[in-house]
Design a protein around this ligand. Structure first.
Ligand SMILES: NC(=O)c1ccc[n+]([C@@H]2O[C@H](COP(=O)([O-])OP(=O)(O)OC[C@H]3O[C@@H](n4cnc5c(N)ncnc54)[C@H](OP(=O)(O)O)[C@@H]3O)[C@@H](O)[C@H]2O)c1
Length: 265
C-alpha cells in the first residue's frame, strides 16, 4: 500500500539493518516521515539519502545505544513530547544461544535490558504521547518462539513472551483511546541476528526461513487488517484464535478462594 496522505512520523528502533531497515523502507513508501534510532548512525547514512530521494520524506537519525538508560530517556522524551510521531516500531533486539546454566549472565542481562526494559519504556512513552493525541500505533517485535519456548534459548524466548504479554495487556489498557497496538511474532527470518548470536542459519531447513521483506509486508498487512497479534507464516488464523480461546476457558478458574480438590488431601 502506498499513500500520499500525510502519515506523521514513524520512529523505528534498530533501523540500520534487518527487519528494522525494511520497516523504514516500507513506511517511507507509505508516506511516513522517519525518525530512525540506532547505535551506529554511520551505518544509516546511505539508506537515509536513498529514502529521502526515493520517497520525498523527512528522515532524522538519532544515535542511541538502547541499553544505556540516558540514551533511552532521550528517545522516551521525544515520544512523549513530539506530537508529529504517530507510529513506534519497537524493533531493536538481540538474540542469544546456549543453555541458561552455562550462560554469560552479563550478556543475558543486556539482552533483557534491550528486549524487555527498553521495549517497555518506549511503549510506555508512546502510549502516553499517543494517548494524549487520541491516535497512534505501537508495533512490538515479538517472536514465534514465545509460543514454543521449549525449542529455543530460554532468555530470548522469555523476553519475547514478555513482549507478547505486554502487548496484550497494553491493548486492553488502551481500549477506546484511539491508539492501536500490534505484536508481530515472526518465525525464522533471514537477518544478521543469527550470526550475531553465534547461530548458523544454514542449519535451519530453508522451508522454515522467510525473507525480511516478505515478513514485514505480511506484518503491515496484518496491521491494516486490525490484528493485535500477527504471525506472518501462520496460514490458518483460526489456530491462533483457538489458542487464545483455550487460554480464556481457564480464566474463571485461575483465582479462587479454595485450592483445587486434587491438592487437598
Ligand atoms: N531475525 C529473526 O529470525 C527474528 C525472528 C523473530 C523476531 N525477531 C525480532 O525482530 C527484531 C529485529 O531483529 P533482526 O533480525 O532485524 O535483527 P538484526 O538484523 O540483528 O538487527 C537488529 C537491529 O537492532 C539494532 N540494535 C542492536 N542492539 C542495539 C542497541 N543496544 N541499541 C540500539 N540498536 C541496537 C542493530 O543495530 P547495530 O547494527 O548497531 O547492532 C540492528 O539495527 C528483534 O527484536 C528480533 O528479536 C527476529
Amino acid at each position: 500500500m502506498t499513500s500520499s496522505q500525510p502519515q506523521g512520523t514513524a520512529l523505528v528502533t534498530g533501523a540500520s539493518s534487518g527487519i528494522g531497515a525494511i520497516y523504514a523502507q516500507r513506511l517511507a513508501a507509505r508516506g511516513f516521515d522517519l525518525l530512525l534510532v540506532d547505535r551506529d548512525d554511520q551505518q544509516l547514512e546511505a539508506s537515509v539519502i536513498k529514502l529521502r530521494n526515493e520517497h520525498g520524506i523527512q528522515v532524522e537519525v538519532i544515535k542511541a545505544d538502547l541499553i544505556q538508560k540516558d540514551h533511552v530517556l532521550k528517545i522516551e522524551q521525544r515520544l512523549r513530547s513530539d506530537s508529529s510521531i504517530t507510529l513506534l516500531v519497537n524493533n531493536a533486539g538481540v538474540g542469544a544461544d546456549g543453555l541458561l546454566a552455562n550462560a554469560d549472565l552479563d550478556q543475558l542481562e543486556q539482552l533483557i535490558q534491550l528486549n524487555v526494559t527498553t521495549v517497555t519504556r518506549l511503549a510506555s512513552a508512546a502510549a502516553f504521547g499517543f494517548g494524549k493525541a487520541g491516535r497512534g500505533t505501537i508495533i512490538n517485535l515479538g517472536s514465534a518462539v514465545s509460543l514454543i519456548p521449549e525449542r529455543f534459548n530460554a532468555t530470548y524466548s522469555a523476553s519475547k513472551a514478555y513482549v507478547l504479554s505486554l502487548t496484550q495487556s497494553l491493548n486492553a489498557e488502551l481500549a477506546g483511546t484511539g491508539v492501536k497496538v500490534q505484536a508481530v511474532l515472526p518465525g525464522v527470518i533471514r537477518t544478521g541476528i543469527w550470526e550475531r548470536a553465534g547461530l548458523d542459519l544454514d542449519q535451519i531447513p530453508a522451508t522454515m526461513v522467510m525473507d525480511a521483506g516478505e515478513m514485514v509486508d505480511a506484518a503491515l498487512s496484518g496491521l491494516d487488517q486490525g490484528e493485535l497479534i500477527t504471525i506472518p507464516s501462520l496460514s490458518n488464523a483460526g489456530e491462533w484464535d483457538a489458542f487464545v480461546a483455550a487460554r480464556l476457558v481457564m480464566a474463571p478458574n485461575l483465582s479462587k478462594s479454595t485450592a483445587a480438590s486434587r491438592y487437598m488431601k
